[in-house]
Design a protein around this ligand. Sequence first.
Ligand SMILES: [Cu+2]
Length: 317
Amino acid sequence: MNLWLTAATHNATQVDYLIFALVLISCAVLALVFGLMLLYMFKYRAGSDIDRGTLPRKTWRLEAAWTAATLVAFFGLFVWGAKLYLLLFQPPADALQIHVIGKQFMWKAEHDGGQREINAIHLPVGLDVQLVMTSEDVIHDFSVPAFRIKHDVLPGRYEALWFRVDIPGTYHLFCTQFCGVDHANMVGEIVAMPKADYQKWLARSDAGETLAAAGKTLFMRYGCSGCHGGDGAGANQSQSTVRAPSLAGLYGSPVTLADGRVVKADDRYLRDCILTPARQRVASYLPVMPSFAGEISEEELLKIIAYLKSLSQQEPS
Ligand SMILES: [Cu+2]
């Protein structure tokens, strides 16, 4: 019988070690406190003929020693936990991205090639995978116990989560944030497969267009091209009357904003530019870009962003 939940990622094992250490140290402290309590309850019970008159003098050395020892132990756990946290929540830059949208009451996933799934995510083992997640309605929480990870999925912003699965298999996916009447059924599975099988799965799935291609169509349809140019090259296009920045090569590069801040153009930045442009105006352009909040759905948004990203990948750098 397997009492211990599989640890399917390297980081999951690290989390387990930390939990072990925490439980071990807590048990040791508990045993010491309750052990002494029981010992003295027995020693000084009513009717025992122990000498209660002359107490030995308290030594400060003992006091200082146990205070220091517990401080070091628990502070060590804190540092260990903080380091692990930073590792778990900082996705590596070159990870394979998969898009996840939470919605009452299902998980939708989209791959860059345009493959879509519901309540299942196929991914390769041995590769860093980053999930870019958002919600279409309320707060959900993406949790995979076998990976020892969970992360809130919030409406209105992108949250990132990453992992590298070592062991091929099918793992449970849960929503762990009460999100409505059917919350209990908001479950799914992560299917981790060897790279070659994953490629086969991608090829087999009915993909239609790639995300970027679908995004280009939307870029035209929503009139982005009217200001930013037909191929996103912006500014000096003669077809445009408004001066708008070029979007080619934008993804991943630093942007200077009108208020002097310099930010990195990541997924979250692109998303904010489209939905709440007033909150980060690009320096030296007129603040004319309208907000598309409420007009563009989450699924369309991730396609447009995939298109904007593809404009950067074509650039020889
Ligand atoms: Cu949910």
